[in-house]
Design a protein around this ligand. Structure first.
Ligand SMILES: Nc1nc2c(ncn2[C@@H]2O[C@H](COP(=O)(O)OP(=O)(O)OP(=O)(O)O)[C@@H](O)[C@H]2O)c(=O)[nH]1
Length: 402
């Protein structure tokens, strides 16, 4: 009898202990069979109905838990994920749309450059165009950095046409000047940017002397490309100054574009190589490589630039080599353009700071000397102050009445 009581007592104790243990393990919730989540990737889970996460937020008290609910509870820490989301999503700027940007920049071009056009018009409309007037016209063209040869050519053409037509009517004179200037600026040149490549990113290399606006141009151009829905990656191959890489990174991050940069003093060719490799790996549309400013008469620096291009070419063609020239340096830019072209085969010119000068004639001089088209113009320090160059718009802006 004593033995039976003892056995019963032991059995009851074991059952009670088991029940308490189970209760503690399950936290008091009833778990339906086969629904307890093992840790697994979210990808393995069935799609919950409705927007992600809402079911968990609304249903926490209801039993039983579904697999998705239970897993979400295990894996997701809402406060933590909100913090991460905030940190990972900085405010991305939306670049100015093309139409608005171009209208604004055209007005700026008119403002700084039509002094040149208007004085030409005034001279050509004068009652009597004697030798003094022709000398003044010549001087105006030279002052605008048109270059000697194009100036002589234009004056000859104008002399001839004014003589034949004999008209001083301002509208007629404007039309005539417009035609001749447009011919000089050459609307037939292909000014499109080569930023499309089949099966790989297009590679753009940006070069020039110090302080002309290379980094700014890369930043502005990245915005233009982002506005055109292109995936862009930047390479900071200006390793002379740490600040240059920071400047570029800032430009990029403002529009959500990543930048590959390395420590100051790193071989710029290796940074360029890494940037292009990252672009290929990430399957971006365009990789733009910024380089350090260098004087065209420093042979070692020009050799270094040649090496940057050659090293990139180990894994990709370079589709566009943009030489950035400061319009305010006038004819000086021509020497730079010549030497850079010999070293890296320049395919397009970016003429910056055209907002600060009435020397728009440099466009003609450069194209003549190099046979390379001006493709872009910088018209201010603002992020959206870069415009594609168009011969007719440019000439119209020169001759526009304000
Ligand atoms: N007004 C005006 N300023 C410009 C334009 N483009 C660039 N700048 C200014 O020119 C200065 C030099 O620009 P950066 O982009 O740093 O020139 P950089 O060629 O990269 O300079 P380095 O790397 O030192 O050779 C900056 O103050 C720019 O804001 C432009 O189109 N108009």
């Amino acid at each position: 009898m004593d033995f039976d009581v003892l056995t019963l007592f032991i059995v009851l104790a074991v059952v009670l202990a088991g029940t308490i243990g189970l209760f503690l393990l399950t936290g008091g919730r009833r778990l339906p069979e086969g629904t307890f989540p093992e840790t697994r990737d979210a990808d393995d889970l069935p799609e919950p109905d409705g927007p992600a996460g809402t079911a968990v937020a609304e249903d926490t008290d209801a039993a039983p838990l579904t697999t998705a609910e239970a897993t979400a509870e295990t894996v997701t820490e809402p406060e933590l994920s909100e913090e991460v989301a905030e940190e990972a999503a900085p405010t991305i700027e939306t670049p100015e749309p093309v139409a608005g940007r171009l209208a604004r920049l055209r007005a700026r071009l008119v403002k700084s450059n039509n002094v040149f056009g208007r004085s030409l018009l005034a001279l050509l409309s004068s009652d009597q165009i004697d030798e003094d007037v022709w000398d003044e016209i010549e001087e105006t063209l030279l002052m605008a950095d048109l270059g000697t040869e194009p100036t002589m050519e234009l004056v000859d053409r104008l002399r001839e046409r004014v003589k034949v037509e004999g008209s001083r009517d301002p509208d007629r004179v404007r039309a005539l000047l417009r035609e001749e200037l447009t011919t000089l600026v050459d609307p037939s040149l292909d000014r499109s940017l080569n930023v499309r490549a089949a099966g790989r990113p297009a590679v753009v290399l940006v070069v020039g002397v110090n302080g002309v606006g290379k980094t700014t141009t890369v930043g502005k151009l990245a915005r233009v490309l982002v506005a055109e829905d292109k995936d862009v990656l930047l390479g900071a191959a200006d390793t002379f100054r740490a600040a240059a890489a920071e400047q570029l990174t800032t430009w990029g991050s403002r529009v959500g574009v990543p930048t590959v940069s390395r420590d100051e003093g790193t071989d710029p060719a290796s940074v360029a190589y890494d940037a292009v490799a990252a672009g290929i790996e990430g399957e971006v549309d365009v990789v733009m490589v910024d380089t350090a400013g260098r004087l065209q008469n420093k042979a070692n620096l020009m050799d270094e630039l040649g090496k940057v291009k050659r090293v990139i070419e180990k894994q990709s063609e370079v589709d566009e080599v943009l030489l950035v020239l400061d319009a305010t340096t006038g004819q000086n830019g021509l020497n730079q353009a010549k030497v850079f072209s010999e070293v890296v085969d320049v395919s397009g010119i970016v003429l910056t700071k055209l907002d600060g000068t009435a020397r728009g004639g440099i466009v003609v001089a450069i194209q003549r000397q190099l046979g390379v088209p001006v493709k872009l113009v910088g018209l201010g320090e603002g992020p959206d102050d870069l415009a594609p160059f168009d011969a007719e718009t440019f000439v119209d802006a020169l001759l526009e009445e304000r």
